[in-house]
Design a protein around this ligand. Sequence first.
Ligand code: ATP
Ligand code: MG
Length: 438
Amino acid sequence: MLTKAVRGTQDVLPEKVHVNQFIEAAMLEIARCFGFKEIRTPVFEHTELFTRSVGDTTDVVQKEMYTFEDKGGRSITLRPEGTAGAVRAFLEHSLYNEALPQKVSYITSCYRYEKPQAGRLREFHQFGVECFGPVGPTADAEVIALASEIFDFIGLKGIRLELNSIGCPSCRPAYHEKLADYFKSKRDDLCKTCQGRLERNPMRILDCKSPVCSAIAQAAPLMMDSLCSECLEHFEGLKQGLDDLGIAYIINAGIVRGLDYYSRTVFEFISDEIGAQGTLCGGGRYDGLVEEMGGPQMPALGFAMGIERILLLLEAQKVALPPATACELFIVTHGENAHNLAAVLANEMRAAGLVVDFDLMGRSVKAQMKHANRISALYTVVIGDDELEKGQAGLRNMQSGQTQVIELDKFVDSFMTLRAKDATESLSQAVEASLFDN
Ligand code: ATP
Ligand code: MG
């Protein structure tokens, strides 16, 4: 127990964390280029926020939430997704009075009590964006373009964009009726949860994971056939916008999304290479949610992508990402004076932004060299009494094996110069080699 993480949670070890850091930085940076600013909201909220916004007939609310009472008797829930918190903050801080659109992005941990399996965890992470204000389909195309740019930038391939429209409050009620009529004729075959959903929210049955319910849902009437003219026009506008941006999509009238708040546009980015949990990103419009939560009438839209699923696909496709920054210099010391000098030099170099280490374990010179190799230090320098006396030491390039003289009293400048010289040399060697190849 003590040395085992809770089921459905996982650690990211130092060895691998640079991959998370790289993709998360890319997500926030690309979002920034699209005009989105980061928002940070609490990991827990009042339970009611999620039951109201996500919807009390959804799997998330009915089965998956981590809900508890705090010592003050409040019902608290660990966030199962990011939109509700962003909307709450938007309302609480009256961001609707600021210049519209308000565009926010976030990276958050999320909590859902689900059956853990590949790509499905109980603690997972999402990158998400929300855009408040725009009513027209250009905004839908913009958030889809943002997600698409992220996948392109990090080098993922073969991801399919599926689109649908699930209508609006003026065309959905009639569709609900059609749908309820259809499901009523199969009531006894539906799972218990879906029997309960029949009256309250028959669309949720379309999203049920039980094989029997999803088989029944296959032949259900489609929202796409019942859209009002405004919703149709919006959908056509979105398709045109995506065509203009050169973003390929397919229409899948079966997508309804697992959360209640969506209206009109819904979309998913899907991969077939990471098993059954292939949805990397899901999103859409939620034009009624802000008002429903007590705010002004405010069209809005967004998406969330699952970071762990993206990591799975990166691994499956063996995408080459920039390596972790290695230790640039390991200072090997012999004797107390050298050790003390190493501490000062390392401090100075670290302040200049270099990754520098020296011995903290009381190792012999030989063992320190071995350690420098093990951590793949790019350079080493050995400092002992002789070097202290001469004021010079040998800086060894661990890749080429070459040693150059470095002045101890101008250590940082001297290191920078030698390193730059090495970089120029290896660059010109690479250029020569490639010219020779041709
Ligand atoms: P699914 O149908 O796979 O359960 P969902 O509709 O519940 O997904 P959303 O609520 O839209 O998912 O969340 C957005 C994204 O977050 C998903 O597309 C997925 O990449 C990721 N995600 C959702 N649930 C989990 C989970 N339990 N573990 C890991 N990632 C998840
Ligand atoms: Mg789910």
